[in-house]
Design a protein around this ligand. Structure first.
Ligand SMILES: Cc1cc2nc3c(=O)[nH]c(=O)nc-3n(C[C@H](O)[C@H](O)[C@H](O)COP(=O)(O)OP(=O)(O)OC[C@H]3O[C@@H](n4cnc5c(N)ncnc54)[C@H](O)[C@@H]3O)c2cc1C
Ligand code: FES
Length: 356
Protein backbone atom coordinates (compact mmCIF):
# COMPACT_ATOMS: atom_id res chain seq x y z
CA UNK A 1 0.00 0.00 0.00
CA UNK A 2 1.55 3.36 -0.93
CA UNK A 3 2.04 5.93 1.77
CA UNK A 4 0.54 9.40 1.39
CA UNK A 5 2.48 11.28 -1.22
CA UNK A 6 4.11 14.26 0.48
CA UNK A 7 5.46 15.55 3.73
CA UNK A 8 3.68 18.19 5.79
CA UNK A 9 1.81 20.68 3.67
CA UNK A 10 0.36 23.14 6.13
CA UNK A 11 1.25 26.78 5.61
CA UNK A 12 1.88 26.51 1.88
CA UNK A 13 0.50 29.20 -0.39
CA UNK A 14 -2.24 27.53 -2.46
CA UNK A 15 -1.11 27.19 -6.05
CA UNK A 16 2.43 28.35 -5.29
CA UNK A 17 3.81 24.98 -6.55
CA UNK A 18 7.56 25.65 -6.74
CA UNK A 19 9.62 27.18 -3.94
CA UNK A 20 13.02 28.87 -4.19
CA UNK A 21 15.67 26.95 -2.29
CA UNK A 22 19.16 28.30 -1.68
CA UNK A 23 22.18 26.18 -2.55
CA UNK A 24 24.19 26.30 0.67
CA UNK A 25 27.05 24.07 -0.46
CA UNK A 26 28.15 21.98 -3.43
CA UNK A 27 30.11 18.82 -2.55
CA UNK A 28 32.10 16.87 -5.15
CA UNK A 29 31.34 13.31 -3.99
CA UNK A 30 33.15 11.56 -6.86
CA UNK A 31 34.52 12.68 -10.24
CA UNK A 32 30.98 12.69 -11.68
CA UNK A 33 28.61 13.10 -8.73
CA UNK A 34 27.85 16.38 -6.98
CA UNK A 35 25.75 16.86 -3.86
CA UNK A 36 23.79 20.05 -3.29
CA UNK A 37 22.99 21.07 0.27
CA UNK A 38 19.77 23.08 0.10
CA UNK A 39 17.93 25.43 2.42
CA UNK A 40 14.25 26.26 2.18
CA UNK A 41 13.18 29.80 3.14
CA UNK A 42 11.65 29.90 6.60
CA UNK A 43 8.15 30.60 5.21
CA UNK A 44 8.19 27.33 3.21
CA UNK A 45 10.22 25.20 5.60
CA UNK A 46 7.16 23.14 6.59
CA UNK A 47 6.55 22.26 2.91
CA UNK A 48 9.96 20.59 2.90
CA UNK A 49 9.25 18.16 5.73
CA UNK A 50 9.76 14.75 4.11
CA UNK A 51 9.96 11.04 4.62
CA UNK A 52 13.12 9.02 3.90
CA UNK A 53 13.22 7.91 0.26
CA UNK A 54 11.29 10.89 -1.12
CA UNK A 55 12.54 13.14 -3.91
CA UNK A 56 12.51 16.78 -5.06
CA UNK A 57 11.58 17.95 -8.56
CA UNK A 58 13.91 20.70 -9.82
CA UNK A 59 12.87 23.33 -12.35
CA UNK A 60 15.98 23.88 -14.46
CA UNK A 61 16.43 26.34 -17.31
CA UNK A 62 16.23 24.44 -20.62
CA UNK A 63 18.48 25.02 -23.61
CA UNK A 64 15.55 26.60 -25.52
CA UNK A 65 14.62 28.94 -22.67
CA UNK A 66 11.69 26.82 -21.39
CA UNK A 67 11.84 24.92 -18.10
CA UNK A 68 13.15 21.37 -17.75
CA UNK A 69 11.95 19.17 -14.88
CA UNK A 70 14.28 16.66 -13.22
CA UNK A 71 13.74 14.64 -10.02
CA UNK A 72 16.48 13.99 -7.46
CA UNK A 73 16.03 11.86 -4.36
CA UNK A 74 16.97 13.28 -1.01
CA UNK A 75 20.14 11.61 0.24
CA UNK A 76 19.72 13.32 3.61
CA UNK A 77 17.52 11.89 6.33
CA UNK A 78 14.67 13.73 8.06
CA UNK A 79 15.57 11.90 11.28
CA UNK A 80 19.16 13.06 11.75
CA UNK A 81 18.77 16.83 11.84
CA UNK A 82 20.96 17.24 8.74
CA UNK A 83 19.99 19.76 6.04
CA UNK A 84 18.28 18.82 2.77
CA UNK A 85 20.75 17.21 0.38
CA UNK A 86 20.39 15.83 -3.13
CA UNK A 87 23.12 14.10 -5.12
CA UNK A 88 23.28 14.36 -8.90
CA UNK A 89 25.36 11.96 -10.98
CA UNK A 90 26.34 13.08 -14.47
CA UNK A 91 24.67 11.07 -17.23
CA UNK A 92 26.69 10.94 -20.48
CA UNK A 93 24.94 13.17 -23.01
CA UNK A 94 22.27 14.09 -20.43
CA UNK A 95 21.05 17.68 -20.19
CA UNK A 96 19.86 18.21 -16.61
CA UNK A 97 22.48 16.30 -14.64
CA UNK A 98 25.33 18.05 -16.46
CA UNK A 99 23.65 21.43 -16.15
CA UNK A 100 23.39 20.98 -12.36
CA UNK A 101 26.99 19.77 -12.01
CA UNK A 102 28.39 22.51 -14.30
CA UNK A 103 26.37 25.55 -13.28
CA UNK A 104 25.33 25.50 -9.63
CA UNK A 105 27.43 26.99 -6.84
CA UNK A 106 26.88 27.97 -3.21
CA UNK A 107 24.61 31.02 -3.00
CA UNK A 108 22.56 30.16 -6.11
CA UNK A 109 18.83 29.57 -5.93
CA UNK A 110 16.81 26.72 -7.38
CA UNK A 111 13.09 26.41 -8.04
CA UNK A 112 11.87 23.15 -6.53
CA UNK A 113 8.61 21.27 -6.00
CA UNK A 114 8.05 19.97 -2.44
CA UNK A 115 9.15 16.43 -1.53
CA UNK A 116 7.08 13.63 -3.03
CA UNK A 117 7.16 9.90 -3.63
CA UNK A 118 6.06 6.64 -2.07
CA UNK A 119 9.44 4.83 -1.89
CA UNK A 120 9.48 5.02 1.87
CA UNK A 121 9.07 2.42 4.64
CA UNK A 122 5.81 2.42 6.58
CA UNK A 123 7.79 1.87 9.80
CA UNK A 124 11.40 2.47 10.84
CA UNK A 125 11.24 -0.39 13.33
CA UNK A 126 11.23 -3.36 10.95
CA UNK A 127 14.37 -5.01 9.52
CA UNK A 128 15.05 -3.91 5.94
CA UNK A 129 16.98 -5.19 2.94
CA UNK A 130 18.22 -2.27 0.83
CA UNK A 131 19.76 -2.71 -2.61
CA UNK A 132 21.25 0.18 -4.59
CA UNK A 133 23.13 0.54 -7.85
CA UNK A 134 25.12 3.68 -8.76
CA UNK A 135 23.16 6.88 -8.11
CA UNK A 136 20.30 4.72 -6.77
CA UNK A 137 22.07 4.95 -3.41
CA UNK A 138 20.47 8.34 -2.65
CA UNK A 139 16.97 7.31 -1.45
CA UNK A 140 18.34 4.10 0.02
CA UNK A 141 20.91 5.96 2.12
CA UNK A 142 18.17 8.26 3.38
CA UNK A 143 16.09 5.25 4.44
CA UNK A 144 19.08 3.57 6.12
CA UNK A 145 19.95 6.70 8.11
CA UNK A 146 16.35 7.18 9.21
CA UNK A 147 16.03 3.60 10.43
CA UNK A 148 19.30 3.88 12.36
CA UNK A 149 18.53 7.30 13.85
CA UNK A 150 14.76 7.17 14.29
CA UNK A 151 13.82 3.49 14.53
CA UNK A 152 14.79 0.08 15.89
CA UNK A 153 15.16 -1.87 12.62
CA UNK A 154 18.31 -3.55 11.34
CA UNK A 155 19.55 -2.81 7.84
CA UNK A 156 21.47 -4.80 5.24
CA UNK A 157 22.57 -2.68 2.27
CA UNK A 158 23.92 -4.26 -0.90
CA UNK A 159 25.48 -1.52 -3.02
CA UNK A 160 26.57 -2.26 -6.59
CA UNK A 161 28.97 -0.05 -8.52
CA UNK A 162 31.13 -0.27 -11.61
CA UNK A 163 34.39 0.15 -9.69
CA UNK A 164 35.72 1.66 -6.48
CA UNK A 165 36.05 5.19 -7.91
CA UNK A 166 32.30 5.33 -8.64
CA UNK A 167 31.18 4.52 -5.08
CA UNK A 168 29.31 7.58 -3.78
CA UNK A 169 29.11 8.06 0.03
CA UNK A 170 31.82 5.46 0.72
CA UNK A 171 33.09 7.32 3.82
CA UNK A 172 29.62 8.11 5.15
CA UNK A 173 28.62 4.45 4.81
CA UNK A 174 31.77 3.27 6.53
CA UNK A 175 31.17 5.65 9.46
CA UNK A 176 27.53 4.58 9.73
CA UNK A 177 28.51 0.90 9.79
CA UNK A 178 31.18 1.59 12.45
CA UNK A 179 28.66 3.54 14.54
CA UNK A 180 25.99 0.81 14.25
CA UNK A 181 27.91 -2.48 14.03
CA UNK A 182 24.93 -4.61 15.13
CA UNK A 183 22.29 -2.83 13.04
CA UNK A 184 23.92 -1.99 9.70
CA UNK A 185 25.75 -4.30 7.32
CA UNK A 186 27.02 -2.72 4.08
CA UNK A 187 28.03 -5.16 1.34
CA UNK A 188 29.77 -3.56 -1.65
CA UNK A 189 29.54 -5.24 -5.06
CA UNK A 190 32.14 -3.93 -7.51
CA UNK A 191 31.56 -5.10 -11.08
CA UNK A 192 35.25 -4.56 -11.86
CA UNK A 193 36.10 -7.26 -9.29
CA UNK A 194 32.99 -9.41 -8.94
CA UNK A 195 31.40 -9.19 -12.39
CA UNK A 196 27.75 -8.43 -13.07
CA UNK A 197 25.25 -9.15 -10.30
CA UNK A 198 23.26 -11.92 -12.00
CA UNK A 199 20.01 -13.36 -10.66
CA UNK A 200 21.71 -16.52 -9.36
CA UNK A 201 24.53 -14.69 -7.67
CA UNK A 202 22.14 -12.14 -6.14
CA UNK A 203 19.92 -14.96 -4.88
CA UNK A 204 22.92 -16.49 -3.14
CA UNK A 205 23.90 -13.15 -1.56
CA UNK A 206 20.39 -12.15 -0.51
CA UNK A 207 19.10 -15.53 0.68
CA UNK A 208 19.64 -14.82 4.41
CA UNK A 209 17.50 -11.66 4.18
CA UNK A 210 14.44 -12.72 2.14
CA UNK A 211 12.06 -12.30 5.06
CA UNK A 212 12.78 -8.58 5.12
CA UNK A 213 10.91 -5.83 3.32
CA UNK A 214 13.13 -4.81 0.39
CA UNK A 215 13.77 -1.36 -1.12
CA UNK A 216 15.62 -1.42 -4.43
CA UNK A 217 16.87 1.51 -6.51
CA UNK A 218 19.28 1.48 -9.43
CA UNK A 219 19.49 0.73 -13.14
CA UNK A 220 16.49 -1.21 -14.47
CA UNK A 221 18.46 -4.45 -15.19
CA UNK A 222 19.77 -4.50 -11.61
CA UNK A 223 16.30 -3.94 -10.16
CA UNK A 224 14.86 -6.69 -12.40
CA UNK A 225 17.60 -9.10 -11.33
CA UNK A 226 17.09 -8.31 -7.63
CA UNK A 227 13.32 -8.75 -7.91
CA UNK A 228 13.71 -12.06 -9.76
CA UNK A 229 16.25 -13.25 -7.19
CA UNK A 230 14.00 -12.35 -4.25
CA UNK A 231 10.93 -13.89 -5.87
CA UNK A 232 12.89 -17.07 -6.61
CA UNK A 233 13.60 -17.18 -2.87
CA UNK A 234 9.88 -16.91 -2.11
CA UNK A 235 9.67 -13.18 -1.24
CA UNK A 236 6.16 -11.84 -1.91
CA UNK A 237 5.98 -9.10 -4.55
CA UNK A 238 4.29 -6.62 -2.21
CA UNK A 239 7.40 -6.69 0.06
CA UNK A 240 9.68 -5.56 -2.80
CA UNK A 241 9.63 -1.81 -3.47
CA UNK A 242 11.40 -0.29 -6.48
CA UNK A 243 12.27 3.31 -7.30
CA UNK A 244 12.81 3.90 -11.03
CA UNK A 245 14.97 6.85 -12.10
CA UNK A 246 13.90 8.51 -15.34
CA UNK A 247 13.76 12.01 -16.82
CA UNK A 248 10.45 13.83 -16.82
CA UNK A 249 9.15 14.57 -20.30
CA UNK A 250 6.54 17.31 -20.33
CA UNK A 251 6.75 20.71 -18.69
CA UNK A 252 5.15 19.68 -15.44
CA UNK A 253 5.10 23.23 -14.05
CA UNK A 254 2.39 24.64 -16.34
CA UNK A 255 -0.95 25.38 -14.73
CA UNK A 256 -3.38 23.15 -16.61
CA UNK A 257 -6.23 24.65 -18.62
CA UNK A 258 -9.47 23.07 -17.44
CA UNK A 259 -12.39 23.15 -19.90
CA UNK A 260 -15.28 25.43 -19.07
CA UNK A 261 -17.56 22.41 -19.52
CA UNK A 262 -16.77 21.76 -15.90
CA UNK A 263 -19.38 24.24 -14.83
CA UNK A 264 -21.92 23.11 -17.40
CA UNK A 265 -22.58 19.66 -15.98
CA UNK A 266 -20.04 17.64 -17.96
CA UNK A 267 -18.52 14.95 -15.73
CA UNK A 268 -19.14 15.05 -12.02
CA UNK A 269 -18.06 16.43 -8.70
CA UNK A 270 -15.02 15.51 -6.68
CA UNK A 271 -14.90 15.87 -2.92
CA UNK A 272 -11.23 15.79 -2.06
CA UNK A 273 -9.80 15.58 1.46
CA UNK A 274 -6.23 16.93 1.65
CA UNK A 275 -4.47 17.88 4.88
CA UNK A 276 -7.72 17.80 6.81
CA UNK A 277 -9.51 20.22 4.43
CA UNK A 278 -12.27 19.04 2.08
CA UNK A 279 -12.38 20.70 -1.35
CA UNK A 280 -15.39 20.29 -3.63
CA UNK A 281 -14.60 20.80 -7.31
CA UNK A 282 -16.42 20.22 -10.61
CA UNK A 283 -14.69 17.39 -12.47
CA UNK A 284 -15.06 17.34 -16.26
CA UNK A 285 -15.12 13.80 -17.65
CA UNK A 286 -11.97 14.17 -19.80
CA UNK A 287 -9.81 16.13 -17.36
CA UNK A 288 -7.46 14.38 -14.91
CA UNK A 289 -8.24 15.03 -11.25
CA UNK A 290 -4.82 16.62 -10.64
CA UNK A 291 -5.43 19.24 -13.35
CA UNK A 292 -8.82 20.08 -11.85
CA UNK A 293 -7.31 20.49 -8.39
CA UNK A 294 -4.35 22.62 -9.54
CA UNK A 295 -6.64 24.83 -11.63
CA UNK A 296 -8.82 25.32 -8.54
CA UNK A 297 -5.77 26.42 -6.54
CA UNK A 298 -5.59 23.26 -4.43
CA UNK A 299 -1.98 22.48 -3.54
CA UNK A 300 -2.16 18.80 -4.49
CA UNK A 301 1.13 16.86 -4.70
CA UNK A 302 2.59 15.86 -8.06
CA UNK A 303 5.80 15.50 -10.00
CA UNK A 304 5.81 13.74 -13.40
CA UNK A 305 2.14 14.18 -14.37
CA UNK A 306 2.51 11.17 -16.64
CA UNK A 307 1.55 8.25 -14.38
CA UNK A 308 5.12 7.21 -13.74
CA UNK A 309 6.26 8.45 -10.32
CA UNK A 310 3.37 7.94 -7.81
CA UNK A 311 3.83 11.39 -6.24
CA UNK A 312 0.11 12.13 -6.81
CA UNK A 313 -1.25 8.90 -5.27
CA UNK A 314 -4.59 9.30 -3.50
CA UNK A 315 -7.45 6.95 -2.61
CA UNK A 316 -11.03 6.69 -3.84
CA UNK A 317 -13.39 6.49 -0.88
CA UNK A 318 -16.68 6.58 -2.82
CA UNK A 319 -17.59 6.53 -6.52
CA UNK A 320 -15.50 5.22 -9.40
CA UNK A 321 -12.67 6.48 -11.57
CA UNK A 322 -10.54 5.11 -14.38
CA UNK A 323 -6.85 5.76 -15.01
CA UNK A 324 -5.48 6.74 -18.41
CA UNK A 325 -2.02 5.38 -17.64
CA UNK A 326 -0.43 3.68 -14.65
CA UNK A 327 3.20 2.61 -14.51
CA UNK A 328 3.51 2.43 -10.73
CA UNK A 329 0.49 1.11 -8.83
CA UNK A 330 0.11 -2.66 -8.64
CA UNK A 331 -3.09 -4.73 -8.61
CA UNK A 332 -3.24 -4.75 -4.83
CA UNK A 333 -2.94 -0.94 -4.66
CA UNK A 334 -5.78 -0.62 -7.15
CA UNK A 335 -7.93 -3.11 -5.24
CA UNK A 336 -7.39 -0.98 -2.15
CA UNK A 337 -8.70 2.08 -4.03
CA UNK A 338 -5.40 3.86 -4.75
CA UNK A 339 -5.28 5.92 -7.93
CA UNK A 340 -2.94 8.40 -9.59
CA UNK A 341 -4.61 11.82 -9.54
CA UNK A 342 -2.69 12.89 -12.65
CA UNK A 343 -4.31 10.04 -14.63
CA UNK A 344 -7.73 9.72 -12.96
CA UNK A 345 -10.97 10.49 -14.82
CA UNK A 346 -14.44 10.24 -13.19
CA UNK A 347 -16.81 7.38 -14.04
CA UNK A 348 -19.53 8.39 -11.60
CA UNK A 349 -21.24 11.73 -10.92
CA UNK A 350 -19.75 12.00 -7.47
CA UNK A 351 -16.35 10.79 -6.35
CA UNK A 352 -14.85 11.08 -2.88
CA UNK A 353 -11.07 11.13 -2.67
CA UNK A 354 -8.66 11.25 0.24
CA UNK A 355 -4.92 11.96 0.36
CA UNK A 356 -4.57 10.80 3.98
C1 LIG B 1 12.05 9.73 -8.50
C2 LIG B 1 13.39 9.99 -9.16
C3 LIG B 1 14.50 10.19 -8.38
C4 LIG B 1 15.74 10.41 -8.98
N1 LIG B 1 16.82 10.59 -8.17
C5 LIG B 1 18.05 10.79 -8.73
C6 LIG B 1 19.19 10.97 -7.89
O1 LIG B 1 19.10 10.97 -6.67
N2 LIG B 1 20.39 11.18 -8.48
C7 LIG B 1 20.53 11.19 -9.85
O2 LIG B 1 21.65 11.40 -10.33
N3 LIG B 1 19.44 10.99 -10.66
C8 LIG B 1 18.22 10.81 -10.13
N4 LIG B 1 17.12 10.66 -10.94
C9 LIG B 1 17.30 10.71 -12.41
C10 LIG B 1 17.24 12.18 -12.86
O3 LIG B 1 15.97 12.72 -12.65
C11 LIG B 1 17.56 12.32 -14.36
O4 LIG B 1 16.78 11.40 -15.08
C12 LIG B 1 19.04 12.08 -14.63
O5 LIG B 1 19.83 13.04 -13.94
C13 LIG B 1 19.33 12.21 -16.14
O6 LIG B 1 18.87 13.44 -16.57
P1 LIG B 1 19.62 14.26 -17.70
O7 LIG B 1 18.79 15.46 -17.97
O8 LIG B 1 21.06 14.46 -17.37
O9 LIG B 1 19.61 13.27 -18.91
P2 LIG B 1 18.63 13.35 -20.17
O10 LIG B 1 18.86 14.59 -20.92
O11 LIG B 1 17.25 13.07 -19.71
O12 LIG B 1 19.18 12.13 -20.99
C14 LIG B 1 19.17 10.81 -20.47
C15 LIG B 1 19.83 9.89 -21.49
O13 LIG B 1 19.12 9.94 -22.71
C16 LIG B 1 19.98 10.30 -23.74
N5 LIG B 1 19.27 11.25 -24.63
C17 LIG B 1 18.80 12.47 -24.31
N6 LIG B 1 18.18 13.01 -25.35
C18 LIG B 1 18.26 12.10 -26.36
C19 LIG B 1 17.81 12.06 -27.69
N7 LIG B 1 17.13 13.09 -28.23
N8 LIG B 1 18.05 10.97 -28.42
C20 LIG B 1 18.72 9.91 -27.89
N9 LIG B 1 19.16 9.90 -26.62
C21 LIG B 1 18.94 10.97 -25.88
C22 LIG B 1 21.16 10.99 -23.10
O14 LIG B 1 22.34 10.84 -23.88
C23 LIG B 1 21.28 10.28 -21.81
O15 LIG B 1 22.02 9.08 -21.97
C24 LIG B 1 15.87 10.44 -10.38
C25 LIG B 1 14.72 10.26 -11.17
C26 LIG B 1 13.50 10.04 -10.57
C27 LIG B 1 12.28 9.87 -11.42
S1 FES C 1 2.48 12.97 -10.80
FE1 FES C 1 3.75 11.23 -11.22
S2 FES C 1 2.31 9.59 -11.26
FE2 FES C 1 1.08 11.36 -11.06
Amino acid sequence: MPEPATGARSGARPGARTHRLRVVEVIAETADAHSLVLQAPSESADRFAYRPGQFLTLKLPGADGGPVARCYSLASSPDTGEPLKITVKRVAGGYGSNWVCDHLAAGDELEVLPPAGTFTPASLDGDLLLVAGGSGITPVLSIAKSVLAGGRGRVVLLYANRDESSVVFRDELRTLAEDHPHRLLVVHWLESLQGLPTVDRLAAALAPYTGREAFVCGPEPLMDAVEQALRSLGAPGDRIHRERFFSLGADVFDTPAVPLGAAAGDGGTAEVELDGVTHTVAWPSATPLLDVLLAAGVDAPFSCREGACSACTCRVVAGEVKMLRNDVLDDQDITEGYVLACQALPLTDRVEITYS
